[in-house]
Design a binder for this molecule. Sequence first.
Ligand SMILES: Nc1ncnc2c1ncn2[C@@H]1O[C@H](COP(=O)(O)OP(=O)(O)OP(=O)(O)O)[C@@H](O)[C@H]1O
Ligand SMILES: [Mg+2]
Length: 242
Amino acid sequence: MAGPDDADSDERETNPVISGHDVVKEYVTGGETVRALRGIDFRVDPGEFVAIVGPSGSGKSTLLNMLGLLDVPTSGLVELNGLDVETFGDAERTRKRKETIGFVFQSFHLIPTLTAVENVEVPRLLDRTPRKTRDAATDLLERVGLGERLDHYPDELSGGQKQRVAIARALVNEPRLLLADEPTGNLDRDTGDQILAEFDEITDEGVAVVTVTHDDYVAQSADRVVNLIDGTVREDEEAVTG
Ligand SMILES: Nc1ncnc2c1ncn2[C@@H]1O[C@H](COP(=O)(O)OP(=O)(O)OP(=O)(O)O)[C@@H](O)[C@H]1O
Ligand SMILES: [Mg+2]
């Protein structure tokens, strides 16, 4: 996510997966207006791992919702693969989201009555190729180290295993952008490391990963850290790894 002055100095060769210019998001509740995002610029390139950090209420989830086409800005421009998202109707926005973006939520959102492999299949339930869907779901669970847990139900899995099922599910439609809100929030360090290793692997394949995090060690593994303060980007620079 480039800062406002970076446009000329930092001409990158790739086209961003998603970008925003002067993005404002206001919420109006009970006659009061909250400016959750105060005119920010951002871009996410293929294969990048970006961490969004900042205090509670600074606009991190609002920004993630914007990147995920779950919300539209009050003003400003958001482009997905170079297309102004405001020109999409609701149905098209939903379709683009499904084709392009995978979500991992902190609380997993797994369906308790479905097994691990069935949960991963959910985003492809309407596919006419159940055999291929099962193969893809099985492959992904093997990739995240859960090949031995295909038929376990969520309450038969540990927190880290559930999170890995959620990641596999987010990847089953082969997204170009993976968005995660505190994916390591409930996890111990070792399990968090496994999640980071998985992110590493998918960014190598060109998928962009954007994660909201409060964990320093997650931010340190990112290519870039976006520091939000009160709806404004305070720092947006290459992570200093040490
Ligand atoms: N639906 C909403 N209606 C009104 N105000 C909202 C709404 N959603 C968020 N806000 C306000 O917008 C601001 C940014 O909220 P946001 O959820 O993006 O913060 P955050 O950085 O994700 O915080 P946290 O770390 O606590 O999750 C906050 O002041 C919040 O109260
Ligand atoms: Mg939040």
